[in-house]
Ligand binder design. Structure first.
Ligand code: PRX
Length: 659
């Protein structure tokens, strides 16, 4: 299918309505209701955000809702709010919620613990006092190098309580990646776990912190939480502190401080395509308003939900939908430490059954993994509690969509393929469970108060069904407020390309029903002899072959055709990578899309370069193809060791082909 045909596919796509049972209990119950609220929220966004604000606790509230235009905008200027107070105190002080479980923790090693809202409140106040005792105050930066643990939540909530800007770094990043982020953000304190379980191995996180701090650095203190109690790590008596010891001595009461709604709250780095990673700054109060609204309406969270979001805390998704959005709504969440298919492939199902999870949020790559593990495995578990399956970060291809709908969701759950970016601090596009008809492959509809548009080079809205650049025309509270220490980069990247709008860098199509289909990054569209092909469509075709576990397609410059597609696939271990399979995959793409889309080469690889959120970094594959190595920033990789293997695999494969 060329892009033109793909649009045809989008126009004719089926739509599945949410079940009556689900609809009856959802926050918005029909598409007509969504449209009416949406229309009003666009005509008067201040009224919408004002209503959201009414549902939160404020320390001081001014009447004004918003001020300015992009990029110099603010929400509730002069009003004071505290994120932690909204996520913890107000539930701990609520007679029906105080003893409710806020967090169920499950370690990869099988360990189980739980924290009620009241317990969380106690821990957070104590740790806030620990931070104050180390001399930290509003506006200071700390780096947090911890995996998913309740204590990580305690640490982050304490920072939010005091206006200390936190920066979570995925606990698996290399010492260089960690160092880059610490130095770049002038972090005064690093908080880490001594170790983490990952796929049965023990990662020594403290060792990584020590290596990251070998040369000159701004760090005055390191706090070490002993995840593995009997594991000894080296401690520098002048710099390092034991979390448990500090907590034992900490006094129990610490009030949340008043913060302007636009004060910076958190900092999260995205891996840039070149040069230094960007530190995306979110306003604490703005992030709370946005994530509360997304979690309430797009995940349709309710008090009785048992909600599991598998995202790692190193990824913004966990902050959007669990730490801030989820806890602000007072739900019970599950935090899981390690690999979701360890020690066996059915770990996800086992946990759904054990906790009776009704809302699951994961990455498309995880859903595809379950699909490859097969239906028989899923059938062994009771998954009848599932009501909603959500994802973000990558296309949820129609095949995976249908599979999870049928096998995990029992043909009744709502599937929500949400679209968002680290910069948007949430998901401006998603379905509203219970209200929006579901179209497999689409990213749903614009969220209340967000005016999205698909435009051409000049910024004019393109007709329905035509691909273009995805932009957002109105500011919203969770939109990033800055690139740390680099205002110019913030403006140039996001607001200069189409003045007056936030430029997402993605291409998309809006269909006749107002649903949006994100086609991928603008750079990812391949043009072969004048045919524009979406890499997403080609990858979908490859993934639907039974041998293929993961697929990525990139463009290689070609003197004659402009660019030609090159495919990377990792295959199921029961298949053999050989010429025959390669030809079968080429034939599949030709049959599904057309002969012009036939990949010039299929590279079989054991590993894909992925971000911590499971996203394949296609740019690296392009660099390997073109230059035999990776030049740009590689610190965003989940596992930096894989590059050497990957480059060797591809180069060996290429020379073999050239023989
Ligand atoms: O290209 C889009 C893709 O992921 C990018 C954002 O990545 P990141 O900042 O890591 O996401 C954090 C999520 C809070 C987008 O520019 N993307 C995200 N969701 C989807 C998607 N592509 C297709 N379909 C999606 N649902």
């Amino acid at each position: 299918m060329s892009l033109e045909n793909e649009i045809d596919f989008i126009q004719k796509s089926e739509s599945i309505n949410p079940s009556k049972e689900y609809r009856a209990k959802s926050n918005v119950q029909s598409f007509a209701e969504y449209k009416a609220i949406y229309q009003q929220s666009i005509e008067n966004p201040d009224q919408f955000w004002g209503q959201i604000a009414d549902e939160l606790d404020w320390i001081h509230r001014e009447e004004r809702v918003s001020e300015g235009a992009m990029p110099e905008f603010s929400f509730f200027p002069g009003s004071q709010i505290n994120v932690c107070q909204n996520c913890v105190d107000r539930h701990a002080n609520h007679p029906q919620r105080r003893n409710k479980v806020a967090i169920y923790f499950e370690g990869e090693n099988g360990e189980r613990r739980s924290f009620t809202y009241l317990q969380l409140y106690r821990e957070v106040q104590k740790f806030s006092n620990v931070l104050l005792a180390l001399g930290l105050s509003k506006g200071d930066v700390v780096s947090v190098y911890m995996q998913n643990l309740p204590e990580t939540y305690v640490v982050l909530l304490s920072c939010l309580r005091l206006g200390i800007i936190y920066n979570t770094v995925f606990a698996g990043f290399s010492p260089e990646a960690l160092r880059d982020r610490i130095v770049h953000s002038h972090a005064k304190v690093v908080i880490c776990a001594n170790a983490s379980y990952r796929r049965g191995k023990i990662l020594n996180l403290k060792e990584t912190v020590d290596a990251a701090l070998r040369d000159e650095h701004p760090v005055q203190h390191v706090i070490v939480y002993s995840r593995i109690k009997d594991m000894q790590v080296s401690m520098d008596p002048m710099r390092d502190h034991d979390y448990d010891e500090l907590m034992r001595c900490a006094s129990p009461v610490c009030e949340a401080i008043p913060l302007d709604c636009n004060d910076p709250g958190l900092l999260i780095f995205t891996s840039g395509t070149s040069g230094k990673p960007k530190g995306i700054v979110h306003a604490g109060g703005g992030f709370l308003l946005g994530t509360y609204a997304y979690s309430k309406y797009q995940l349709d969270l309710h008090d009785e939900d048992i909600y599991w979001n598998t995202a790692d805390i190193g990824w913004l998704t966990a902050h959007i939908f669990v730490l801030v959005g989820g806890l602000a709504l007072g739900v019970t969440t599950i935090i899981y430490e390690g690999a979701i298919d360890y020690p066996h492939q059915a770990r996800v199902y086992e946990m759904i059954e054990y906790y009776q999870v009704n809302k699951l949020f994961s990455a498309p790559t995880a859903y595809r993994m379950l699909m490859k593990y097969g239906e028989d495995l899923a059938k062994k578990y009771d998954l009848s509690s599932i009501e909603l399956l959500a994802s973000v970060g990558e296309p949820l291809n129609p095949e995976a969509w249908h599979w999870i709908y049928r096998v995990v969701g029992g043909n009744r759950a709502v599937i929500n393929n949400t679209w968002g970016q680290t910069e948007t601090g949430g998901t401006p596009l998603a379905s509203l469970p219970g209200a929006t008809p579901m179209k497999p492959g689409s990213c749903g509809v614009p969220f209340f108060g967000h005016r999205l548009d698909v435009v051409d080079q000049e910024g004019h809205t393109v007709p329905v069904g035509t691909p273009g650049f995805l932009v957002i025309r109105t500011p919203f509270p969770a939109l990033a407020r800055d690139v740390f220490g680099d205002r110019e980069r913030y403006i140039n990247n996001y607001f200069a390309p189409m003045p007056g709008t936030y430029f997402t860098g993605d291409s998309a199509v809006c269909d006749q029903d107002g649903q949006y289909w994100v086609l991928g990054r603008i750079d990812d569209v391949i043009n072969v002899s004048g045919h524009r092909i979406s890499t997403m469509e080609m990858e979908s075709s490859l993934i639907s072959h039974e041998a293929v576990m993961e697929a990525a397609v990139v463009a290689k410059p070609d003197d004659i055709k402009g660019t030609v597609p090159i495919a990377f696939v990792s295959i199921d271990t029961t298949y053999t990578a050989n010429e025959e399979l390669s030809r079968a995959l080429q034939r599949k793409i030709v049959a599904d899309i057309g002969s012009f889309a036939k990949p010039e080469r299929i590279h079989f690889v054991n590993v894909m370069p992925k971000t911590r959120s499971g996203k394949i970094i296609r740019r690296m594959l392009r660099e390997i193809i073109e230059e035999g190595t990776v030049h740009g920033d590689a610190t965003g990789l989940e596992d930096s060791d894989i590059l050497v293997t990957l480059i060797a695999e591809v180069n060996a494969d290429s020379s073999h082909h050239n023989d």
